[in-house]
Design a protein. Structure first.
Length: 314
């Protein structure tokens, strides 16, 4: 019997497996709701139990298909608000549109801010997410945001791997802070790939800053999308004498040619989390999936009981 009688977990269709894992960690059942699509493509939500006065958490990463999953989240939130839920927390293990976080050129939208506004307008009074592409997105919300980190989960995996010490590699200058955090946990040295783009969508590795010759290296990023940067970086590290190459990230977006590139790359193993579900064709032997359910479960308990969530950031 759960101690959280007024805590309710809801899920859309984005990642029901993760929602079930989190509910199991909490000792509750996923609350009764159906999220279906009409023949014309409109989304229909039905909440099949009372939520009056309840503390509701909607677990819904806005991964592909991004727009459908986002609309499911918004409509679920609206339905719960109109059913008199006491508080609604949008749990976004992966936050879609995060890369559109600034005006890179004239007349660009800032879509990550728009999405934050939509989530708030739909009724969410708190957001819980993990490894935002840009941490300043927390400031796009006009509600409290708890921002969990994937590095501790990835670090624990590599600490248990044993063997020779690793060198942690940032695949570009923008990811140095994340790579430094992993290196600190592994007590490993740090290397950086200096990447230049001669033209849009074409990356060219210019230089590897740091010693990787004869070493086991770990490349880390917040997400792997088309895997171009990662596989190009792995090739450069191999050419510079790296003995074994591992890669890790929090969000396995894996779009377009990503799986083919990773399968044919010099990378021994790609370690990811289950913030985004992997379809069957993406579950290749090289990919190892770690669960974020215990971390999200602990954060939900702390939010529900009005305890500090920052304790989980250590």
């Amino acid at each position: 019997m759960s101690n959280y009688k007024d805590l309710k977990i809801f899920t859309g269709n984005a990642n029901p497996e993760l929602s079930s894992e989190i509910a199991e960690y909490l000792g509750v059942k996923v609350s009764a709701a159906s999220v279906k699509t009409f023949s014309d493509g409109e989304i229909n939500v039905a909440i099949d139990e009372s939520v009056r006065g309840a503390d509701c958490f909607i677990i819904q990463p806005t991964c592909s298909p991004v727009n459908n999953n986002l609309m499911e989240l918004l409509i679920l939130s609206d339905a719960l608000r109109r059913a008199s839920a006491r508080r609604i927390t949008a749990v976004l293990p992966y936050y879609g549109y995060a890369r559109q976080d600034r005006k890179a050129k004239a007349r660009d939208p800032i879509t990550s801010k728009l999405v934050a506004n939509l989530i708030t307008a739909a009724g969410a009074r708190r957001a819980l997410t993990m490894d935002l592409h840009a941490t300043q997105i927390q400031g796009f919300f006009d509600i409290p945001v708890d921002h969990l980190l994937g590095v501790p989960i990835l670090a624990e995996y590599f600490l248990n791997k044993g063997g020779e010490e690793f060198v942690v590699v940032s695949p570009d200058l923008g990811g140095v802070t994340r790579a430094r955090s992993l290196a600190g946990r592994l007590q490993a040295p740090l290397a950086i790939i200096d990447k230049r783009r001669p033209r849009p969508n074409v990356a060219e590795v210019m230089h590897v800053i740091g010693d990787v010759e004869g070493k086991r290296v770990i490349m880390i990023d917040d997400m792997i999308d088309t895997a171009g940067t990662l596989t190009l970086g792995a090739k450069a590290l191999k050419e510079r004498g790296a003995k074994e190459i591992y890669a890790c990230c929090t969000h396995p977006v894996l779009s377009g040619p990503a799986i083919e590139r990773l399968a044919n790359s010099d990378i021994e193993e790609i370690v990811v989390t289950n913030t985004i579900p992997l379809s069957a064709e993406k579950k290749i032997d090289k990919i190892k999936v770690l669960s974020v359910a215990p971390l999200f479960g602990e954060a939900i308990i702390r939010i529900h009981e009005d305890l500090s969530v920052s304790k989980l950031f250590v």
